[in-house]
Write a protein that binds this ligand. Structure first.
Ligand code: ARG
Length: 460
């Protein structure tokens, strides 16, 4: 295929250099966005009288046909095209002849690709928002189901205090809610149209930039033409938001992997989301969770790569920027598949409530509540803390739990203890008494708020 820029050249590009420079292999993905951008540009040229209305209409109609041909798989793509922009223009000219040559009036591939990529990120953020919302719905259903499922809460990976599974899952609900907000703020900041920035210094044609921007659903236009063609901050923001999503998924995966181990047995993953070992017949491995944890590194990698690519680029467009695409596409694809697989894995998993309850009852997770009980009996907290410590020590020596410690032993450490202590240190009581906002005793309120946020009509 003839190159868009052949006029000034007398020698043919070296084959290896051509392949190295070409981007069609990956930017073909921008074809729908490239056509959308071109339709808006041509319509604007028609409105401004830069093209006749008839020419503009001919171009936009054919571009629309090309988009549907592509969607239907009947447009045979020329693999020799340098990039998606050359491909679309060449095909348009092949189909409608001379008028097609006017499409690129007042435009450069630099503002064109900047527009395409913004449209792609916007579309992808909208899809990711759907993925995140679906995961939040799965979480909400589990929070309701397990509002009263007692489990140990951990700090330093040591059993700390009793909580409920619903409350534990609620923490992830908050993380993924923030992920939605983060993406929404990236979207809002990036939703300006660079078309009209030209190669770097705008154009001499009387373009109506606002009009083209509006046709493409942008909130406005970029303010500086140099920045318009060379800003990739929004991709860094996007990759950063994607990295945070992966960090959340990875933490959650780590817990699932731990909980699925024989030591914990808090969760039984569905066979549909587990795999076996080629050697050890007994094995059932949480590979999906492990892969999601593993893919976190890949998304962080794309963020680091683009930050590094951008750090030494002078104004305005430089070809280095073509490196923004593969990583961004891969990161978005990775996060989308991780989100939907994670949601499916979670939805089909079985939580072992009896194991969690048993685990919460051991490890003295109610020692704080024993101290709080003593405080309610009039002992100052620091003394109560010391006494509860002594009680724990006593139990460790005897190999029993605080619940199993006879009242006489309690009284030997603090004579104020009555037999209501046993009710006070039941894990369910420890949870129920934690009634301040955000604590596990308020899980019903937490669930109601989460349901209202998701706009789901739920009981309770
Ligand atoms: N393939 C290029 C990119 O992704 C498109 C812009 C090319 N512009 C240019 N002046 N060669 O960045």
């Amino acid at each position: 295929m003839a190159q868009l820029w052949g006029g000034r050249f007398t020698e043919k590009t070296d084959d290896l250099a051509y392949d190295f420079n070409a981007s069609l292999r990956f930017d073909i993905r921008l074809l729908p966005q490239d056509i959308r951008g071109s339709i808006a540009h041509a319509s604007m040229l028609g409105k401004q009288g830069i093209l006749t209305e008839k020419e503009a209409r001919l171009i936009t109609d054919e571009l629309a046909r090309m988009a549907s041909d592509h969607a239907a798989g009947v447009w045979e793509i020329d693999p020799e095209a340098e990039d998606v922009h050359s491909l679309v223009e060449a095909e348009l000219i092949r189909r409608i002849g001379e008028s097609g040559k006017k499409l690129h009036t007042g435009r450069s591939r630099n503002d064109q690709v900047a527009t395409d990529m913004r449209l792609y990120v916007r579309d992808t953020i909208d899809a990711l928002d759907g993925d995140l919302t679906a995961l939040l719905s799965v979480l909400l259903a589990l929070m309701e189901e397990h509002a009263g499922t007692v489990m140990p809460g951990f700090t330093h990976m040591q059993k700390a205090q009793p909580i409920t599974l619903g409350h534990h899952l609620g923490a992830y609900f908050e993380m993924f809610r923030r992920d939605r907000e983060r993406l929404a703020s990236v979207r809002q900041r990036m939703n300006v149209c660079p078309l009209g920035s030209g190669a770097l210094a705008g154009t001499t044609y009387d373009l109506d930039r606002e009009y083209a921007a509006k046709l493409l659903g942008f909130d406005g236009i970029s303010r500086n033409s140099l920045d318009g063609v060379s800003d990739r901050d929004y991709l860094i923001d996007f990759l950063s938001a994607l990295s945070v999503i992966m960090m959340h998924l990875s933490r959650f995966s780590e817990e699932i992997i731990t909980w699925a181990s024989d030591e914990y047995r808090f969760i039984e993953l569905s066979d549909a989301y587990s795999t076996g070992s080629s050697l050890m017949p007994q094995k059932k491995n949480p590979d999906i969770a492990e892969l999601i944890r593993g893919k976190c590194g890949r998304v962080y990698g794309h963020l680091t790569a683009l930050l590094t690519t951008m750090k030494g680029i002078p104004l305005a467009y430089n070809k280095d920027m073509q490196e923004d695409k593969e990583g961004t596409f891969d990161a978005a694809d990775t996060v989308r598949s991780c989100l939907s697989l994670f949601a499916a894995m979670l939805k089909t998993a079985k939580f072992r409530e009896e194991r969690m309850r048993l685990s919460a009852a051991g490890g003295f997770t109610n020692a704080t509540d024993a101290a709080d009980y003593l405080v309610r009996k009039g002992v100052p907290f620091r003394d109560a803390h010391g006494m509860a410590g002594q009680l724990v020590l006593l139990c460790i020596e005897k190999g029993i739990t605080l619940e199993e410690l006879p009242l006489s032993e309690w009284k030997s450490i603090c004579p104020l203890v009555e037999d209501d202590v046993y009710e006070a240190i039941r894990p369910e009581t420890c949870i129920r008494l934690r009634k301040i906002p955000g604590a596990p005793g308020m899980i019903r309120d937490e669930i109601a708020e989460a349901a209202a946020y998701l706009g789901e009509d739920r009981k309770n």
